[in-house]
Unconditional design. Sequence first.
Length: 273
Amino acid sequence: MATIEEALEVERLERDIFRGAATESQLTRTFGGQVAGRALVSAVRTVDSAYQVHSLHGYFLRPGNPEAPTIYQVERIRDGRSFCTRRVTGVQDGEAIFTMAASFHRGDVGPEHQDVMPVIEGPENLPDAKTTLSPERLWAMREWEHWDIRTVPQDQVARREGTVSPQQVWFRYRHPLPDDPMFHVCTLAYMSDMTLLGSSKVTHPGVPTQDASLDHAMWFLRPFRADEWLLYDQSSPSAGFGRALTGGRIWDREGNLVAAVVQEGLIRTPREA
């Protein structure tokens, strides 16, 4: 399957127009993380390197065709002294499949604080997902073979009072990545769509559903590397009417809170043919 470098690569066609080529995939629709990651890469390439992305807000509008290229059109909404804003639209066959706003900040000095990282089993003591998935789920590890993903067993999850559907996942890219911090940010945008909606199904084991990401928001809080272990602390505070709200906080091994994610997804009872 495609490496993360291939999955995130875009070709510049015009000043603010980029194209992402089709990459090898087993999926029937383009992975949402790839669409979001490539949209962010496109936005980054229109912003001065003095600015770092601190947030993005995206909507998945239509299923993407993984066998076709996607065009990413960037709008330069604002270039200020401290902040820059970009809007990106992903297009296939003349129709928008994804839209995203991304904000960039030069960085300032101010008060600092963060929550404490959950105390849980380290990744070294957990099995690699490719050794534990059921035969019908092994396709997932072939699709994401370059990722080391280790889910914390439910009886070992660090639970917060009142949280009804928690899930915790360690992950990292298996191979060394370039040192460019923005590449790691775009890699995390790609990865953040993986496993998150699954937290909404923790409290409904075995219930068949049709699932899809609907919208996705991220905040990048501190520097990190995506080829080093990160803990994705996830939960789903609500599900109903065929939709589920999910959220996650991402920590590095030193206990630094590096990113936060909120997503709403489709999680509905399968419709009869």
